[in-house]
Design a protein around this ligand. Structure first.
Ligand SMILES: Nc1nc2c(ncn2[C@@H]2O[C@H](COP(=O)(O)OP(=O)(O)O)[C@@H](O)[C@H]2O)c(=O)[nH]1
Ligand SMILES: [Mg+2]
Length: 445
């Protein structure tokens, strides 16, 4: 559209999801938004007030809906925004969208509205990522962290460190013209200051894993020899009979998945075929699947029965970084592995020991949960780079001879931190990065 140089085209998007409910919201953002609203629904209502209007869709078609006008810059995008709340339903919504497009709008792509909000200074990049995370949250804890991110908690913390680096660098640079006049006491003070910034960033990084673990939907894989009671434990943990249980070994061949929620955490519980060698072809294929499940596990519940000899636990070698929780089943038949958790899940009897297994899983999730850093992996990567640059700067903060290099290192660190919020004049975020972040958003956001 060839409008004025500063003028952006007006985006039109359905803001509500699919499958739709009773109401759908069609949103328009841009310089033409208010004219669009006037054209379809008459005089502009007072700002931010939802009013009922007859919405003219062309060819005499009229929709009865609610409309709201949110003048920029106090709107989601920072531009004039209008919303039409109409009856949901694919055809009806499409008709409303068509009417707005006919008035000079352009259909928005994924994340385009959020991107405008970022470009017009309504949101920082980390906050926009927080909004996307709220929408994508699969567990309560993920939602909780996402809300904090969207509210700017991470950005403020990062910005405080970035500002401190800016000040430190400015102080050092003020001395660059006459480095020989620099007081050695100043150099060691600068070094100390840089060390504090370093420690703050290192602390974020050390808490990243705890944050990721707390919000992730972990894969908890039940594994062990055939007939150990894996499927029985799987069903008992879920509280329903999902997997087949039988007294002949080799019953479970494919792996079976089910969702399990523990407090604010979610996990995918996976029951697998018992590990043994020399089974016939189909079962052997199942054993191979088990091994790859163990490989992808966050937690392995390794199961052996109290009435069985120690099994070959070689399969556990596949459990890369996973935490292994050992459970002895059939405790009603004896006790062989005292230090393991124990359960008795005799068919038809009250299950015993389940709570301890749930508890062990909860403990895994909440390990360091109060310590959780809400940064996403993009934030972690930039923080790592900032840390390396501060380290480099520290190496040069030994005497008056390398101050320029030290200042340079601090500049790099400050730019990397600036990329987290996208607000730094020193570290412009590249188009590619922006495109990849906003492409993950949904249309209408
Ligand atoms: N007595 C007793 N039998 C159990 C227990 N857990 C499982 N079983 C029985 O052991 C057999 C194998 O159980 P299953 O869960 O299919 O084992 P899987 O092959 O490891 O999946 C079935 O007959 C179960 O009823 C238990 O705690 N006590
Ligand atoms: Mg089984």
């Amino acid at each position: 559209m060839s409008t004025g140089a500063m003028e952006r085209d007006t985006l039109v998007a359905v803001a509500t999801g699919r499958p739709d409910g009773g109401v759908a919201i069609v949103r328009a953002s841009g310089s033409r938004a208010r004219a669009m609203l006037e054209a379809v629904a008459g005089p502009l209502p007072p700002p931010r007030r939802l009013v009922r209007r007859a919405i003219a869709l062309g060819e005499g078609e009229v929709e009865d809906g609610l409309v709201v006008f949110m003048p920029g810059p106090r709107s989601f995008t920072g531009e004039d925004v209008v919303e039409l709340h109409v009856h949901a339903g694919e055809r009806n919504v499409a008709a409303v969208v068509r009417a707005l497009l006919a008035l000079g709008g352009r259909a928005a792509g994924p994340g385009e509205l959020s991107r405008r909000a970022f470009e017009l200074g309504r949101m920082t990049l980390d906050e926009a990522e927080g909004v996307a995370a709220v929408i994508g949250a699969k567990t309560e804890e993920a939602l909780h962290q996402a809300r904090r991110l969207a509210a700017g908690e991470l950005g403020r913390e990062v910005e405080a460190q970035r500002r401190a680096l800016v000040e430190l660098r400015a102080e050092i640079e003020a001395n660059l013209d006459f480095p020989e006049d620099v007081d050695p006491g100043d150099v060691s003070r600068w070094r100390e200051e840089a060390g504090e910034r370093r420690a703050a960033v290192a602390r974020w990084l050390s808490r990243f894993e705890a944050g990721r673990r707390a919000r992730a939907k972990a894969r908890v894989v039940l594994a062990g020899p055939p007939n150990a009671g894996k499927s029985s434990l799987f069903n008992a943990l879920l509280g329903r009979a999902r997997a087949l249980v039988a007294d002949q070994p080799g019953t479970t061949r494919d792996y079976v998945e089910a969702e399990l929620e523990l407090d604010r955490h979610g996990c995918v519980l996976v029951d697998t075929a018992g590990l043994r060698d020399g089974a016939e072809a189909v079962e052997q294929a199942g054993v191979e699947l088990s091994r790859s499940q163990i490989e992808g596990a966050d937690v392995v519940l390794w199961v052996e029965a109290a009435d069985a000899e120690a099994a070959d636990a070689g399969g556990l070698a596949q459990a890369r970084g996973a935490t292994v929780i050992r459970v002895e089943t059939k405790r009603d038949r004896g006790l062989r592995r005292e230090e393991w958790l124990g359960v008795a899940l005799r068919p038809g009897e009250e299950p015993r020991g389940l709570e301890a297994v749930h508890e062990a899983l909860r403990a895994w999730f909440s390990a360091g949960a109060d310590e959780a850093w809400i940064g996403l992996s993009r934030h972690r990567d930039r923080a790592r780079e900032a840390l390396a640059a501060i380290d480099e700067a520290c190496e040069h903060l030994i005497d008056d001879e390398q101050l320029e290099l030290a200042a340079f290192g601090l500049g790099v660190a400050q730019a990397r931190l600036g990329e987290i919020t996208g607000r730094s004049a020193m570290g412009p975020v590249g188009e590619e990065v922006l495109a990849s972040i906003f492409a993950r958003f949904c249309i209408g956001k």
